[in-house]
Design a protein around this ligand. Sequence first.
Ligand code: 2AM
Length: 185
Amino acid sequence: MRLFTALQPPGEVLDEVEQAIAPHVGRVPGLRWPDRATWHITLAFFGEVPEGALPDLETRLARAVRRHDVLDVAFTGFGGFSSAGRARVFWAGLSGDPMNRLVDSLRAAGRRAGAAHTDEKRFHPHLTLGRAKTEVDLRPLVESLSGFSGSVWRAEAVHLVRSHLGAQVRYESLAKWALSPVRRD
Ligand code: 2AM
């Protein structure tokens, strides 16, 4: 099964992003806009994982997530991969608490559980909002959204998600683990 870990931002901050992009949806040649119900922030991508490896993967991920604190982050700025000028992916970026240590732990858990594909690329936290089959120039779109700054939100849990590929990709949350709550005095 095809698996990855992800954050699920709260509806209120997704509303802000949705409102910001609304005037552009369907109006950028070549760009497809996945349904809002599929929006998520990928942390570690594992690719195909044998079903038998799932219990071990879940145990290791649960342990990894517990060791990290909740994260305070905000959507700030939009861009394209691999660049705004030659993009196949249109995204909203995140600022605030860095997620790299959490992602490194999740990737390590995946490797130890025998996940076929644990991404070793540098991690860029992002919410994918659009996809193109061939490279498109998103500089005008990115420029027109440059004033956007979203509210701060707290990422409190990590989801293990299964992708069901098909004409319409579907994501199924298989498990959810809480990040360690920050102690408040
Ligand atoms: P994306 O957010 O940049 O599109 C499910 O497919 C999720 O895993 C997607 O959100 C996608 O990231 C991410 N993903 C898919 N293939 C990947 C790969 N080869 N390496 C890293 N992440 C991948």
